[in-house]
Design a protein around this ligand. Structure first.
Ligand SMILES: Cc1ncc(COP(=O)(O)O)c(C=O)c1O
Length: 390
């Protein structure tokens, strides 16, 4: 007899993981011996955690300190340090009670969605977007309402887009800088969205995982703009700690206890050893700022090389470490384009299908957080042109 598969069991794949697997296989094959595979598919900084993090963890491991469960919301010292970070970066006083430590931003999403919404509730968000947003919502019985974003709105939602929705959604999810577009919401526009959400009773969720990785435009945190917003953040990107699985949330007062109860039941706590590393990460800004400067140089190289390759249209790459390029001029679907780029030029990039099920065939995401020498090599290979079959 066939057993039932639940709604979560029908979750679609996160396609970039399949691209990573194909690039891994090519990199391990004899074909890569002469020409290495350049990894531009993955949003993972080439270097790992900053030195201060590795040193702090080495110290704690050699002292034999018992790394046990922490409180579900995280260790008191890390919560306090993150609260202080809001003073340092945003000049904002956030009580440490409002900080919850999570296993990456990824664990923050189900905690936020379950605490704030009922099954069947609708959450508006723009597309293209980070695919797990939609897949997690659907697995939890929530309904994403996609707002097709275009260059006209800077690939971000606007109050007008929200106001046009009837019925109004229960939630709005924003990301600035966003993945895959690198686009940002100007502080005054985020304030307008936050104000609108508060007036309409729409719960705002702000994914701020790419804060710290911006190239000239100002950044605002939703925590400063709405008392009811949920902020999700992580040590994965600016702090370069992807594999440590550590992040945080800034919670509104009414969701502190609900998130704590969910976290106790779902996860017990985020990995303690990673909490130790995360605490030290705030002493790593010098090294991290050097990396940010390197991303800025890599971004400039690609913005120069891609037009030479015939690709001239991008979303605004104001932050994060992605360029989302319109490849429709090639006449190829983005999956075929990426396959060719991988097997012919040994450059791995992600087809837009992952981020936009409708228009993704026309777009490719290039991530530029690999080593600077790799990005320079990719720029040279791309600069030889990838339009028109060569
Ligand atoms: C926009 C966005 N949010 C969240 C995540 C998940 O990050 P984490 O490693 O903190 O779980 C990613 C990872 O790429 C991302 O791009």
């Amino acid at each position: 007899m066939m057993l039932k598969i639940g709604v979560g069991g029908r979750t679609p794949p996160f396609l970039v993981m399949d691209v990573i697997a194909a690039a891994n296989a090519l990199a391990a094959s004899p074909a890569a011996a002469d020409r290495r595979v350049i990894r531009m598919e993955v949003g993972q900084p080439a270097e790992g955690a900053p030195a201060v993090v590795r040193e702090a963890v080495a110290r704690v491991l050699t002292t034999g300190a018992p790394l046990g469960y922490t409180e579900a919301m995280g260790s008191r010292d890390l919560r306090a340090r993150i609260a202080a970070h809001y003073g340092d970066w945003y000049n904002l006083a956030v009580p440490e009670e409002r900080i919850a430590i999570t296993a990456g931003a990824s664990a923050g999403f189900p905690l936020a969605f379950l605490a704030a919404f009922e099954p069947g509730d609708t959450i508006a968000l723009t597309t293209p977007c980070y695919p797990p947003y939609l897949n997690i919502m659907k697995a939890l019985g929530l309904k994403p309402h996609l707002l097709p974003a275009t260059a006209a709105s800077g690939f971000q939602p606007t109050v007008a887009m929200l106001a046009a929705l009837d019925p109004q959604p229960d939630g709005l999810l924003v990301a600035s800088p966003a993945n895959p577009t690198g686009s940002m919401i100007a502080p005054e526009d985020l304030a307008a969205l936050a104000g609108y959400c508060d007036r309409q009773g729409i719960r705002l969720i702000s994914d701020e995982i790419y804060h710290g990785l911006t190239f000239g435009k100002p950044t605002a945190t939703a925590a400063a703009l709405s008392p009811s917003a949920i902020v999700i953040n992580s040590f994965s990107k600016y702090f370069s700690m992807t594999g440590w699985r550590i992040g945080w949330m800034v919670l509104p007062e009414d969701l502190i206890r609900p998130v704590e109860c969910l976290a106790q039941n779902f996860f017990i706590c985020a990995p303690h050893v990673s909490q130790v590393g995360a605490l030290a990460a705030f002493d790593g800004h010098d090294e991290l700022q050097e990396r940010r400067a390197r991303f800025a140089r890599s971004r400039a190289l690609l913005l120069e090389a891609l037009p030479r390759a015939g690709l001239t249209r991008f979303s605004p790459a104001d932050g994060a470490f992605y360029l989302y390029a319109d490849i429709s001029v090639t006449g190829q679907d983005s999956s075929a384009f990426c396959r060719e780029l991988l097997y012919r030029d040994h450059i791995a990039a992600t087809p837009g299908h992952d981020f936009d099920r409708v228009r993704g065939g026309d777009f490719v995401r290039f991530s530029y957080c690999a080593a600077e020498t790799d990005i320079a090599e990719a720029a040279a290979r791309l600069g030889r042109g990838c339009v028109g079959g060569r």
